[in-house]
Design a protein around this ligand. Structure first.
Ligand code: TNX
Length: 539
């Protein structure tokens, strides 16, 4: 097969063919000036992020017309996915795109199939031909993921919110796709700088396009407590009243938090709430004097140091507090997990840390939830089913890595968030204005070019629950900041979590990522224009 350059380790010859076509298209697009010129009239099937597990191109393309309908099953959940798709497509196409459960020739069809259990919770099949476009899944989440693929197969301008010129075509063929890992997360630190409900929703819109399925909210830290707790009201009203740099802070009422959970669920994203303990607790300690060993409340804190605060491990009231907080958070959480933090407890003695974590984990179980903790949890006794979130880096000590690997061998599953790979608050390079650099600089290639399945020596691949990219917000306070640090690294993390290991290839990935540039622009995402990525030229 003749190709412009070698593309190793791709799936099958058909996918190779699609990738080769794509390379040619983008290469010629680079020579043109306007961004639109870089867009092929019909995007090759499979030119998406994450790349699908299997792509078999062939046949005539599907064309969206003013008469196209979106046909769904009669179930409310499927109908809601059809409505979401219509909301994306209507403004840019200008078409009516009615959503119906009646047979409709030439429709975009979303159907659940009891027979296709092999597609699992999130898998789907997308079949595109001249006469119809059908997405089939075993579960609604699979239909939602398939719809994200469909968006990416249409021209980028479909994401604009004003009317754009057609044609609106999807290449013919079949995609069969399901995720490599069940946990593909993004974390937002809403404590260091408070982020509003609308800011969180905007992030949910963007991460769900890349098939991220968990939003981990870091709801408490030294600088702010961000969720209303009825039994300890000062946590939010006082503990939430500031942030890094001394701004006004803020917190979510329970109604607002439920709205975030609902909005996430509509995108088939599960919210994982974190209350960080026993360290990172100055906001709580400042709100209630009795939580301190000396009975004296410290002042609120607006700096960026870590490791100076601790709940009082010997005091009984500490566990009343934890029980109340976990009970109220569990009641707001339809998902399975509650994250109890456990990182950087430098002001807690080792014995106290172990005693605390071993006493708090059963409280989570009492309220029907499963524990996630930062990987220091493996220094205590991780509860049955607990997941440890690894945030080490190349330079992490051998002993610490071995402790985590041993826990993994003993049944604790791992979420991988290596700081020198996928901490979205790390600077890209020395010129990046935002962010920190304690874990080093993390350019786009570095964040993509590693294998979660083989990352931590001694940890069996079967113990890896998935990947998660944290965005700590010591230096981040606006949508522009979020965009600049999360994009385009987050789509790479999403691909590591979703796509088969055999598809991993930077040369191929960077071309598909480049094609996301105009799409992110159409969505208003102010991404970092990394020189490592061959972005199409813009006007
Ligand atoms: C480490 S990673 C932290 C956070 C900071 C972050 C900044 C981890 C579990 N703790 O408290 O915000 O570094 O990069």
């Amino acid at each position: 097969m003749s190709q412009p350059r070698p593309i190793p380790r791709l799936l099958g010859s058909l996918l190779l063919l699609a990738a080769a076509t794509l390379s040619g298209v983008v290469a010629s697009g680079l020579a043109a000036t306007p961004a639109q010129a870089a867009e092929p009239p019909v995007r090759p099937l499979g030119q998406t992020v994450p790349v699908p597990a299997s792509v078999v191109p062939g046949g005539a393309p599907f064309t969206l017309t003013p008469e196209t309908r979106i046909r769904t099953d009669s179930s409310g959940e499927v109908r809601a996915i059809g409505d979401r798709l219509a909301e994306v497509l209507r403004p840019s196409t200008g078409y009516a795109l009615p959503v119906t459960d009646r047979p409709s020739p030439g429709a975009i069809r979303l159907r659940l199939s009891g027979k296709d259990s092999a597609l699992g919770e999130e898998g789907y099949r997308l079949q595109s031909s001249r006469g119809s476009l059908t997405i089939t899944a075993h579960r609604p989440a699979g239909l939602f993921r398939g719809v994200q693929t469909l968006r990416q197969l249409l021209p980028s301008r479909v994401e604009e919110d004003t009317r754009q010129p057609g044609p609106w075509q999807v290449a013919g063929g079949t995609i069969t796709d399901s995720p490599r890992f069940a946990h593909r997360g993004a974390m937002l630190d809403v404590s260091r700088h408070f982020l509003t409900v609308d800011q969180v929703k905007r992030y949910l819109d963007h991460i769900s396009l890349y098939k991220i399925n968990k939003l981990h909210l870091h709801l408490s830290d030294d600088q702010g407590w961000r969720i209303a707790i009825d039994s300890w009201p000062r946590l939010a009203t006082y503990g939430g009243s500031t942030q890094v740099g001394g701004g006004p802070g803020g917190y979510y009422t329970k109604a607002q938090y439920k709205e975030i959970v609902r909005y996430a669920a509509a995108r088939h994203v599960e919210v994982v709430p974190e209350i960080d303990m026993p360290g990172h607790t100055n906001a709580a300690l400042a709100s209630y004097a009795e939580l301190n060993c000396d009975g004296v409340a410290p002042p609120l804190y607006t700096g960026t140091a870590v490791g100076f605060s601790s709940l009082c491990v010997p005091k009984a009231v500490t566990y009343d507090f934890v029980d109340d907080v976990i009970r109220e958070i569990a009641a707001l959480t339809p998902g399975r997990y509650i994250h109890i933090g456990g990182d950087e407890a430098h002001s807690t003695s080792r014995a106290d840390y172990v005693a605390f974590m071993n006493r708090v984990q059963p409280i989570v179980a009492t309220y029907g939830k499963t524990v996630i903790g930062w990987h220091q949890l493996t220094g205590a006794t991780p509860a049955e089913g607990a997941i440890a979130q690894y945030w080490g880096l190349d330079g992490t000590s051998q002993a610490e890595k071995e402790q985590v690997a041993r826990a993994a061998q003993n049944g604790t599953r791992l979420i991988l968030s290596p700081a020198d790979r996928i901490y979205l608050d790390m600077k890209y390079n020395k010129d990046t204005e935002l962010g920190l650099s304690w874990a080093g600089y993390v350019e786009v290639r570095r964040s993509y070019d590693w294998d979660p399945g083989a990352y931590l020596p001694g940890a069996p691949a079967s113990a890896i629950a998935g990947v998660e990219a944290p965005l700590w917000t010591e230096t981040i306070s606006s949508n522009e900041h979020i965009d600049h640090m999360a994009f385009p690294r987050l789509p790479g993390v999403a691909e590591l979590g979703w796509s088969p290991a055999a598809t991993h290839d930077w040369e191929d990935y960077k071309v598909r990522l480049a094609a996301q540039g105009p799409r992110m622009e159409a969505l208003g995402i102010d991404y970092y224009r990394s020189a490592q990525v061959p972005w199409p030229a813009t006007q």
